[in-house]
Design a protein around this ligand. Structure first.
Ligand SMILES: Nc1nc2c(ncn2[C@@H]2O[C@H](COP(=O)(O)OP(=O)(O)OP(=O)(O)O)[C@@H](O)[C@H]2O)c(=O)[nH]1
Ligand SMILES: [Mg+2]
Ligand SMILES: [Zn+2]
Length: 289
């Protein structure tokens, strides 16, 4: 029996990186009746290597953190496991930054108590002043924040940030996650044919790249990311800059939407809370689930 890391998964098989081995192997999954046995990238598995070289996944080690993504039908699908750093990726332009997605991911990280970093890409296509202002919002919130151009290979700061970590790249489609993944040494999965035509390559399945003392997972673009049903109190807790002011609202059950003497709205009006963050707060709170 040997330990391995799950790199990617197919229908009845998984591509794995066995501890101490250089290349990758394709391992068969054991069929288990009445039990879900579906590994995801990041899973640590125990494998049996048969005499003919075939590998068989025997079991999945208990997961620490698992990222779940809710589909339109509301069904949760596990995307990746054992991650300890959520690297949110947002393009400064092309596609234009969708800050609700970014803020939703940060809310998710706060609720799940997992570290998050904020990475902005495509500075070469963006307005410098706008980019500065946007970075400042997240730096101010004490999220590790970076601006990189992975297309030009400028990713050293990110390499440093994820050293020794088990990191997951997440963000909207087209923001540069796979470009980052490749620039750091990862190989994109084969058969990535764009659903959107025009020959654009879009990632359809997660894939892990094992690095010294850690790993990096590339994931498909998320276009909506539900954080599930969440009330105003919990949401304001998850917005770092609203936590303290929320305690000073006149009503203890203030939703910070329209109540009088709301300290959160006062913070927005006085410039202590970024308008874009407050707009995300409203959208997340009011979104239909
Ligand atoms: N100009 C510029 N282009 C970039 C930069 N980063 C990525 N790109 C380009 O953006 C396009 C999309 O990049 P991908 O890495 O495929 O994006 P992705 O986030 O993996 O997209 P999905 O797999 O669909 O989720 C590619 O054509 C990249 O070359 C950047 O910093 N500047
Ligand atoms: Mg991709
Ligand atoms: Zn309030």
């Amino acid at each position: 029996m040997q330990r391995a890391l799950v790199v990617s998964t197919g229908k009845n098989s998984a591509t794995i990186s066995v501890d101490g081995e250089q290349g990758l192997r394709v391992a068969q999954l054991r069929r288990m009746t009445g039990e879900r046995f579906m590994p995801v990238p990041g899973d640590a598995v125990i494998v049996r290597i048969l005499e003919d070289g075939q590998a068989l996944v025997e079991r999945i080690e208990p997961r620490t953190f698992a990222l779940e993504r809710r589909s339109a039908g509301g069904r949760a699908k596990t995307m990746a496991s054992n991650v300890d750093l959520l690297v949110t990726v947002t393009a400064l332009a092309s596609p234009p930054p969708r800050l609700v997605t970014l803020d939703q991911l940060l809310v998710f990280a706060e609720i799940e108590n997992i570290e998050a970093a904020v990475v902005f890409t495509k500075p070469d296509l963006a307005d410098v002043a706008r980019a500065r202002a946007l970075l400042a919002v997240y730096e101010h919130l004490k999220y590790p924040t970076l601006e990189i151009n992975p297309k030009a290979g400028a990713i050293d700061a990110l390499r440093e940030m994820i050293a020794g970590r088990r990191a997951l790249l997440v963000g909207n489609s087209g923001v540069g996650k796979s470009t980052i993944f490749r620039a750091l040494g990862g190989r994109s999965s084969i058969g990535e044919v764009s659903r959107y035509g025009l020959g654009r390559q879009t990632t359809t399945a997660g894939r892990l790249y094992r690095m010294a003392d850690g790993f990096l997972i590339d994931s498909p673009g998320i276009n909506e990311f539900g954080v599930g049903t969440i009330d105003a109190r919990m949401l304001a807790e998850a917005f770092r800059e609203m936590r303290a002011p929320a305690r000073d609202c006149r009503f203890s059950d203030c939703t910070h939407l329209q109540e009088p003497d709301c300290a959160v709205r006062a913070g927005v009006a006085e410039g202590r809370i970024a308008e874009s963050r407050y707009a995300s707060y409203r959208k997340i709170l009011l979104q239909p689930t």
